[in-house]
Design a protein around this ligand. Structure first.
Ligand code: ZN
Length: 470
């Protein structure tokens, strides 16, 4: 049992309950046993342990804010090893530069990139992360298993999305033919990944989603059959959609419709689907996403890095769309800091719609319960309530960067990224006093740097050498 006292607490429950000075009790079952104001009520711990002998760890939360752990709803872990390239390209130029580098991926480089990236995400307050992996080089080994091994080591709750591409350049797609899979082989490998890894249990640490990559790298047939597969196997669906003007033009030219119309025609709207980006949406598209309960992974830093545009977050929320945050990248968003994405989402919304667009509490909700809704786990994750899984972030907000901001939620969202004092996943400490507990951060960094150089050596001579910007 673990007991935090003396901390400010933002539960992010439906009523927005907060405690200036509260307590949070985590049971031995990895779930929240109690949360409330002031000290732990007399007799509560005896009642919770029911006379059983149990070790109680007490954490002094003074100077800290407790929130639900953050949920990262869109990402590409392998890209941690290819950051800093194509620094001034838009999406299509950036992808065209990086596809040849990614064709050199294998189990070792993916594991190194994923472990370092997940370690960094943990240090940024993330307790659950998705990953969207869609590059499977023929002689690269089992890269999907490699990233799952990395997540198991770091100890984050993980939703790997088995991606796929089957529309190469010779057939009118963007990726080189050498990086795409055969349609039937991609579907079979996706189903095999569900068989091998997917755990539907409420406390699951590992759930697989079906995730063809994007309209310009996937055939309509793969999109349609992927949706059928996901529904037959009762897993979720994820893809990139409506990210850029160029994608919109591609859909008009190739299919005569908008990206959301294209997705709907293929069976890709529904409350079991969440889409990455949703930047370029007309009013009809926003309404369709809301009516169907289709989620959006909002990735404001990546959208800014690639100059893709600014999503209509306030309109999406008003339409009832589940909206979560994603760091995306990592090669299109080198910071990869999920805590910092809270502030970025607020900034992006206000640049688009004015100072009333999003409050600090709205931003925190996007990063927690909004993400849990996108992943279909709002019943177990995303808020601090008795019975929910104990995925908890304890942020220090009394240091040099935050002291004097009286509102702790404003300190977390509007202030600089706050140090993580304690990060619990299912009650298990992953970060303590700003240090990763589950792995040696320096070793993770060395391996990631080695993977970067290995990949560049493999693609030596291509356009993807480290770029010195003019
Ligand atoms: Zn992405």
């Amino acid at each position: 049992m673990l007991v935090i006292t003396g901390a400010a607490i933002a539960t992010v429950d439906a009523a927005g309950t907060e405690h200036r000075d509260g307590h949070l009790v985590v049971g031995d079952d990895g779930r929240i046993a109690a949360v409330g104001t002031g000290a732990v009520p007399a007799g509560l711990l005896d009642e919770l342990t029911a006379g059983r002998r149990t070790e109680i760890r007490r954490v002094d939360g003074s100077g800290c804010l407790v929130t639900p752990g953050l949920v990262n709803t869109h990402h590409h872990l392998y890209q941690w090893a290819t950051r800093g390239l194509a620094q001034q390209d838009n999406l299509f130029g950036w992808l065209t530069t990086l596809y040849p580098v990614w064709s050199g991926l294998d189990e070792d480089t993916v594991h190194a990139a994923a472990a370092a990236n997940l370690g960094w995400l943990a240090l940024s307050g993330c307790t659950t992360s998705t990953d969207h992996h869609y590059v499977f080089p023929r002689d690269g080994g089992d890269v999907f298993a490699a990233e799952i091994a990395a997540a198991t080591r770091i100890g984050l709750r993980f939703h790997p999305c088995r991606g796929s591409m089957d529309l190469g350049r010779s057939a009118g797609g963007l990726p080189p033919d050498s990086t795409v899979e055969d349609t039937d082989a991609a579907l079979a490998a996706t189903e095999a990944a569900i068989d091998r890894w997917h755990d539907p249990a409420p406390e699951s640490m590992l759930r697989v989603a079906v995730a063809p990559c994007s309209p310009f790298s996937v055939t309509p047939r793969l999109m349609r059959e992927a949706a059928e597969l996901a529904r037959r196997r009762d897993v979720r669906l994820h893809t990139h959609l409506a990210e850029t003007v160029e994608e919109q033009e591609y859909c008009q030219a190739s299919h005569g419709c908008t990206p959301v119309q294209y997705a709907e025609g293929l069976g890709w709207l529904g409350d079991d689907v969440w889409l990455a980006h949703g930047v370029h949406l007309d009013d009809a598209a926003v309404a369709r996403l809301g009516a169907t309960g289709t989620g959006v992974a909002h990735c404001p830093s990546s959208n800014a890095r690639l100059g893709a545009g600014t999503a209509r977050v306030t309109d999406l929320l008003a339409a009832g769309v589940p909206v979560g945050l994603g760091v995306d990248g990592a090669a299109s968003q080198e910071a990869g800091h999920l805590g910092a994405e809270l502030r970025q989402s607020l900034y992006a919304a206000r640049l688009r719609a004015g100072p009333g667009a999003l409050t600090a509490r709205d931003a925190l909700a996007l990063g927690t319960i909004g993400g849990a809704r996108c992943l279909g786990r709002a019943g177990d994750l995303g808020s601090l309530e008795p019975g929910k899984l104990a995925d908890v972030a304890l942020w220090r907000v009394d240091g040099l960067g935050h002291a004097g901001i009286d509102d702790p939620v404003a300190a977390l969202v509007l202030g600089p990224p706050a140090p993580v004092e304690l990060l619990l996943v299912g009650g298990r400490p992953v970060v303590e006093r700003g240090e990763l507990r589950t792995a040696d951060a320096a070793e993770l960094a060395r391996r990631a740097a080695r993977a970067h150089h290995t990949l560049l050596e493999r693609t030596a001579g291509s356009a993807a050498r480290p770029v010195t910007q003019e």
